[in-house]
Design a protein around this ligand. Structure first.
Ligand SMILES: Cc1cc2nc3c(=O)[nH]c(=O)nc-3n(C[C@H](O)[C@H](O)[C@H](O)COP(=O)(O)O)c2cc1C
Ligand SMILES: [Fe+2]
Ligand SMILES: [Fe+2]
Length: 398
């Protein structure tokens, strides 16, 4: 491979990660990654040499080549593990073998997690918030960030460079030849960052607000944020402000209409609902689950204030194809949402009612009783659907 593949982040700090062009699902099959991803690791060269995080095991060779182009791995003094999860620790065992003089630096929860994942007998050095390692001119400062997004999550900060390495926070699943946000299409980066936040960080929103406030109070100067996935932020305020907004639950005055149908009755309802929403000048987005991307629909739930979900009835309940989306939503607990359920039925009913129950469990403020129609909606019923959409739009505007 090309030996000159490392990228300078700032003087003495290099990106030595790997680009995964092919991955299309993350966390098993829970999250779609249509643009692939990267696993970012950073090599810091000073009097002492440190490596911050590693990559997914399959990419060990790619990372190792990048490191070797800069330094003999035996010269590495510290390997920092900011996070246990395997996409960042998978190459640790191989790395520790090659970097045989390195200490493995992490917090206690990370050590516990690494031991339970890899069963390695490694040379740990345990750190906590406020601890530092002097590398020469540069200092590594550690800031624990429990539950952002795992108990072990930690940020590494280099004050001399005003560089924050926050691991999974502020990341995006996006494979690219560019390494900096400003060199890429920023709208796409922001969209992927929102999808990442929605699908991974949304339930931790209160903690995110707190953590950003805490960092603000510490007066840490941050000139650059280099996350563990995707591109590096040279204008970090963009993503920090976006996180503050997303964490607050503030969203666009717009409505997502997500549905599934067997014989189009519920779809006809959905189309009239969308017309009703738009008649109020409120944007509406219609997605059919499961043909539309479920993880994108979750991102829409972050970005839009209103959520309407439609299902016809099957065996007295909702269509099982909607379950992954609704289960996801329930676990992710979006803040400050208004919503309602709708759908067609034949005799007993139960589809829309099941959706209504899960929306409530997800913490959505229910603005109307489920709107149901027997078999195909007639003109009068379609009018009701239109009005249902209008009422939702008014609620979202208020
Ligand atoms: C396999 C199957 C099971 C169904 N089970 C129920 C049921 O338990 N209760 C009910 O009210 N309707 C039931 N229905 C009727 C549908 O809900 C009804 O046909 C509805 O109009 C379908 O709407 P859709 O075209 O949006 O899928 C069932 C339909 C099918 C095909
Ligand atoms: Fe993670
Ligand atoms: Fe990750």
């Amino acid at each position: 491979m090309n030996m000159k593949t490392e990228v300078k982040v700032v003087d003495g700090v290099y990106w030595v990660g790997a680009v995964d062009w092919n991955v299309r699902y993350f966390h098993g099959y829970t999250y779609t990654t249509p643009r692939g991803t990267t696993y970012n690791a950073y090599l810091i060269q000073d009097e002492k040499v440190a490596l911050v995080d590693t990559v997914y095991a399959a990419f060990t060779g790619e990372m190792m080549d990048r490191i070797r182009a800069l330094v003999d791995p035996e010269k590495i003094d510290y390997i920092i593990a900011n996070h246990v999860e395997t996409d960042h620790s998978g190459a640790l065992a191989a790395m520790l073998k090659a970097a045989k003089n390195a200490k493995l630096v992490c917090n206690q929860r990370c050590k516990d997690g690494l031991e339970k994942n890899y069963f390695g007998n490694w040379d740990y050095s345990i750190v906590k918030t406020g601890d530092t390692i002097k590398l020469g001119k540069k200092t590594l400062t550690f800031l624990e960030a429990p539950m952002l997004h795992w108990p072990d999550s930690m940020f590494t900060y280099i004050p001399e460079d005003e560089l924050l390495l926050p691991n999974d926070a502020f990341g995006q699943h996006l494979a690219s030849t560019e390494r900096f946000v400003e060199d890429y299409d920023e709208a796409i980066v922001m969209q992927e960052a929102a999808k990442y936040y929605a699908n991974i960080l949304m339930p931790m929103s209160p903690l995110i607000t707190k953590k950003i406030e805490e960092v603000g109070k510490m007066n840490l100067k941050i000139r650059m944020i280099a996350p563990s996935h995707g591109l590096i932020w040279r204008e970090p305020q963009k993503i920090v402000n976006a996180y503050l907004r997303w964490a607050s639950g503030e969203a666009d005055k717009a409505v997502l209409v997500a549905y599934d149908t067997m014989w189009t009755a519920t779809e006809k309802m959905a189309l009239s609902i969308v017309e009703g929403i738009r008649s109020e000048g409120v944007p509406a987005k219609l997605v059919r689950i499961p043909v539309s991307d479920r993880s994108d629909a979750i991102a829409d739930c972050l970005l839009m204030k209103g959520i309407l979900v439609g299902s016809s009835t099957i065996n007295r309940g909702m269509l099982p194809s909607l379950s992954p989306f609704l289960e996801d939503l329930k676990g992710l607990r979006p803040r400050k949402k208004v919503g309602a359920a709708f759908g067609s039925f034949g005799w007993s009913g139960g589809g829309a009612e099941s959706v209504d129950k899960i929306l409530r469990e997800a913490g959505v403020e229910i603005s109307a009783e489920p709107l149901t129609v027997k078999y195909m909606p007639n003109a009068e019923e379609l009018k009701k659907c239109f009005e249902f959409g209008r009422a939702m739009a008014q609620k979202v505007k208020a």
